[in-house]
Design a protein around this ligand. Sequence first.
Ligand SMILES: [Mn+2]
Length: 241
Amino acid sequence: MRVVVYGDIHGCMDEFLALRRRIGITKEDREYSVGDILNKGPKSIELLRYFQKSSIQMVRGNHEDKFIRYAWHEEQKGKKNPMKLTPMEQGIYKELTSLDLAYLRSLPFYLTIGMLTIVHAGVLPSTRLESLDKKEAAKVMRVRYVDGMGGFVSLDESDPARHFWWSELYDGRYGYIIYGHQPFLNPRVDRWSFGIDTGAVYGNRLSAILFEDGDPWRYEIVSVSSTRYTKIERPWILPNL
Ligand SMILES: [Mn+2]
């Protein structure tokens, strides 16, 4: 048995299927995703339906969460929705059935498989995964850098010269964490964590990490190259050398 965890797919269905073929997925394997299967790329709805029909388990990413929050506001009668969607997001939202939304709402903020824990972005020193409130869950889906006190730093304020990548302050209390959210040019492997978003939608690669029998010390990272589907430019954060 292998535990297989996919990085952020963001609508890259073709790359996702190619990666499954390259891994040679069999019925013995257990498949997971770090979330953010939707948005930015071309085939969000196809991926969402594929996941619902499959036995792949996934945590909620900030992009899944955005549609959940948007739908909640839409359901508040007589109030204007304060959230704005991009044209692509509006297209996705229109396609969502009540079953799709129920599926998105059912997604957990973390998954534990023995010594492995999957979250979308990361954990802070103050994070208690067993008792997340709305505010803390939002951080688990979004954290990149933390300040010297371990506090959440927003993306706009992030400064690698002054702040810590969250995993530098992570003490292993939830075992080995597998996360996505921040695209890296190459997967980032730290003492207690694996960052496996390699920016598929930005034309780099789609990656998965494989653990033989769920053993954190017997892992392999498998990737396929991808097409660039978005014009958004972003600076790559390079792993520590
Ligand atoms: Mn994300």
